[in-house]
Design a protein. Structure first.
Length: 179
């Protein structure tokens, strides 16, 4: 819709969408850089990259920049719509290759030592795979409060996604995988 990144960012600031689909070909320049700029505009925005060809390296780069998912143009419209619905509900859709790439990315555990107990509780409940709404209900807090805790965790850890925050806390031994 907006091939010029400046126009896109301006439009996103005005409309505050929940999900943005970024065509990596239209982005022309560095799509990962544009993802970081978009996330800086609205931290809770969910960015989905649409690409003609997707390799593990590009996929990992987009996710580390803050994208929540990557779609390819060879998927059917029904698959695209269903994926966007799931993302809209806050579900994590990462595949095994993406998780392996994120797990092997170097992270500094010292960043994790500053997490507050409630922030760790939020990550622990989210590690069970629950939606943000269900996790908030289980913790007895509002969805807004849960998202605030999650945003603080992500900022302290220097990560761009909920999954990276959970994986970082798991790797540091601060939370455990559910049985």
């Amino acid at each position: 819709m907006y091939p010029d990144p400046v126009q896109a960012i301006s439009y996103i600031r005005e409309t505050k969408p929940d999900i943005v689909v970024l065509d990596d070909i239209t982005a022309r320049s560095d799509a990962a850089r544009l993802i970081r700029l978009l996330r800086g505009t609205q931290s809770e925005i969910r960015i989905v990259v649409l690409t003609a060809a997707l390799d593990r390296r590009s996929q990992a780069r987009y996710i580390r920049a803050g994208a929540v998912w990557c779609l390819t143009t060879d998927q059917t419209v029904i698959e695209l719509v269903e994926t966007l619905r799931q993302i809209g509900k806050g579900q994590v859709l990462f595949n095994a290759d993406q998780i392996v790439d994120l797990l092997t990315a170097p992270r500094h555990p010292a960043e994790l030592l500053t997490l507050a107990p409630r922030e760790l509780e939020v990550l622990q409940v989210l590690a069970t795979g629950k939606s943000a709404e269900d996790a908030a209900a289980e913790l007895g807090i509002s969805i807004h409060t849960l998202r605030t805790h999650l945003k603080k965790c992500m900022a302290k850890m220097g990560v761009r996604s909920k999954l990276e925050a959970i994986i970082g806390a798991l790797r540091a031994g601060l939370i455990e995988l559910p049985p």
